[in-house]
Ligand binder design. Sequence first.
Ligand code: HEM
Length: 247
Amino acid sequence: MRQLRTYPVWDAGVRWFHWINVICVLGLVAVGVVILNDRALGVSNDGKVLLKTVHVWIGYVFALNLCWRLVWAFVGGAHSRWHELLPVGRGYPAALRRYVAALRAGEHPQYLGHNPLGRIAVAVLLFLLLAQAVTGLVLAGTDLFMPPFGASIANGIAAAGVDPRTLVPYAPEMYDKDAYAAMRAMRAPFVRIHGYGFYCLLFAIGAHIAAVVITEVRGGGNLVSAMFTGKKILRAPLSDQTKDASP
Ligand code: HEM
């Protein structure tokens, strides 16, 4: 019988990113669901502005944390870097085929970092998070005149004689009608992507949690606690398949 060994895998940068991201996404989803149902809930205009402002402030923390993770993928520990994160690299297609074949054969190969299927999930999650951050920042500017785009949006739509710095949301008398209509048309696709992104993200997060739980129950490796401690407890020695997964 093979022995178990403790391997340091997730560095502090990855762990902090992961849990700050979880907290932010939970907050953004919770406030987002209320914004989505504001009419049914009878929320006033002031209430909407408050909800959106809270959502945007959580969004700033979320977006900064995400930017930090993208930088960390260049400078962090071996398992935090792009070549271990994304489904790319010369060895990747073969590693994926072997992993899927092993699963079909009822085996559960263990990996130090992400398994080949996990890398696809990470790429999808990062893409969706990035799309939410970019579209959210545009909406923050076009809806609430908040940074980073708010000042230029306000400059573009302020009515003649109105100081753009004094613009407030839901005050059509302060806006130039045509410029406001053009701005609303420009923001429409961002609203749509942000909305669909929300549903896609809910689905992807559900799939991510299910995959982590199933992988841990079937193959071991204490995946959940490893995101707190940074350490995985795996069979020793690890199979060659684990090493082949990296390019
Ligand atoms: C995981 C990330 C995020 C999720 C799940 C999320 C979710 C949502 C949801 C469900 C809505 C309601 C959509 C609607 O009314 O049609 C919403 C609206 C909004 N979000 Fe986010 N959001 C995220 C990130 C962000 C970020 C990073 C920002 C900005 C910093 C942001 C800014 C906004 C704004 C301004 C609105 C109001 C848009 C409107 O006027 O309809 N969001 N978000």
